[in-house]
Design a protein around this ligand. Sequence first.
Ligand code: C2E
Ligand code: MG
Ligand code: MG
Ligand code: MG
Length: 285
Amino acid sequence: IACWEQGNSFQQYDELLGTKLSQQFSIRSQLHKAIENNEFALHLQPKVDLGSGVVNSAEALIRWNSPELGRVSPAEFIPVAESTGDIIPLGRWVLQEAARLVQNPKLPASFSIAVNLSSKQFSDPALLSQLKQIHKRLKGTSRSLELEITESMVMAESADINRTLTKIKAMGFKIALDDFGTGYSSLSYLSRLQADTLKLDKSFIDPIPNDQQHADFVASIIQMVKALKLKLVAEGIESEEQFNWFAAQECDEAQGFFLARPLDFDAFLASLPLGRAQVDIPKPA
Ligand code: C2E
Ligand code: MG
Ligand code: MG
Ligand code: MG
């Protein structure tokens, strides 16, 4: 209503909405061609082992450099790809590319790459046949690929979902639950879910260490996750204080801009001197 009274702000709102819609429209119209033209790259963001300081793993994050639109964030184009169905060929490419990268002999032998799956991709029957091929290609090292799923993808707890997860696990792939803390998981559900790893969402990390009550809360979640024998990754670590706090909690791995941004493959390799991160791990008190 205020918009009608102040003609100006209505117009601004309208322009903003128009820009957003036209951006989505451009993405929609460019996406299909972009897949055929190979305009995508997988960047890697290291995860640092908080016990040793070694980088044993990384998350693969897709990047799109479009000749028409410039760099487009996955937060913008992944939802569009989901709605157009382009996510199927795109997600397929991401898995092939991650499987190719992880076999690079310049990576440490036991290195693993985590790949984000989208929900359409997860419920596509072709996913299992692709994973079977990759499993063959990786010759007993399927554990070097970890598939990141989110709570919303598995919340239904249907027999289908459980069967898919069981088959994926039987081939040796690891499963990580991404963005933990943004959904509605119950404890009993967490213990039944066949995940190996849990990634604490950045929104859980941000208030640490300043908000004491929140810090106590997260510390108790970490204890619970340990009791469930899940590997815990803190994502979105932006400061040394946060890094030290999670190391002292004996969280397993840390990922975030404080350690490194996502890097293209060559820059990633160059940042791995002897496979060790350039960080000092404080001893737990
Ligand atoms: P995500 O899987 O939760 O990935 C973590 C996101 O947080 C990445 O954003 C990463 O760059 C960002 N990040 C990492 N550390 C920090 C930090 O310290 N501070 C801040 N502010 N951000 C940090 P990115 O690459 O823009 O990806 C956004 C989301 O897009 C991902 O969230 C994931 O849901 C989706 N995505 C990215 N790549 C793929 C992909 O290959 N396939 C699918 N299906 N989804 C993808
Ligand atoms: Mg992820
Ligand atoms: Mg995440
Ligand atoms: Mg996220």
